[in-house]
Design a protein around this ligand. Sequence first.
Ligand code: ADP
Ligand code: MG
Length: 312
Amino acid sequence: MIEVCGITKKYGSKYALRDVSFTAREGEILGFLGPNGAGKSTTMNIITGYLSSNEGTVKVGGHEILQEPLKAKTLLGYLPEHPPLYGEMTVKEQLCFTYDLRRVRLNRREHITRCCELVRIEDVFHRRIKNLSKGYRQRVGLASALIGDPPILILDEPTAGLDPQQIIDMRELIKDLGKERTVLLSSHILSEVQAVCERVLVLSNGVVVADDKPAQLSRNLSGAGRVIARIAGPPDEVLQTLQGLPSLALAEDLGSIEEGSHDWALRAKEGADLRRELFFALAQKGWPLLCLRSDEMSLEDVFLQLTKGEDG
Ligand code: ADP
Ligand code: MG
């Protein structure tokens, strides 16, 4: 649905984006993750045709954004970082205004009502935008992006500035909308993309440094087969037993957190699963296994690792 190919953008002599390429497939919720200044908004502005790039091409539904802007833009709904809403207008007036701008052919009243229902703002339909809370205003911005029923939504930090309940509501809403649409969503918050997205692109200093499923990202980097085990047994003997496990590559004593036990970081040999061997070996010795969990990195760790050495 969106094909970004080799985009480079310079502001003056400074690179904001360098050779950025990716595709968003139909029906996918794709997350764009990166710290402030990484180039998320710039990328989104280029995809939506508000900015031009120095190099590279963007195709939306097969239409090059600069050569066939109308055809491409009809497919796009855009919620910019700061939605351009008119405070003096009521929600109804704002949405009618967007409707007219976009030259939508759907039945006007029905369509606008439906967009309001989708983002749940029916109750403020006749209120002035300047009197609405940040959460409601963000949803009006989203309703405005939905006008014309575009199959692709580009959402730039849609939860920025919302309170925790509003963030939860907004995430649910995006997941709902994503069932029938392609969504590209940016965030500098790692748990955010983890909660909503099926695939994540990590952007750092204008360069894509990773492109993967959220869970896969952390697995690849943590090395599969890492577990933490809390074992109640004499540490020296436990270590000997652990070292006798055929699948073990490495055992590290993490010390004692719970009295009478030690925590161990265990790494399995390539492709092996330690857990069964571990269970039987400990049972044979009569040492209770108090806790066993996989040691996957959080996305925060992943991000730090991926961008290590660059100044963020
Ligand atoms: P993000 O949305 O990820 O926070 P941006 O795309 O807004 O990042 O910005 C990427 C980089 O480009 C930053 O270093 C920013 O300072 C710079 N930048 C953005 N807009 C402009 C502009 N209009 N003029 C000059 N530099 C800009
Ligand atoms: Mg931004």
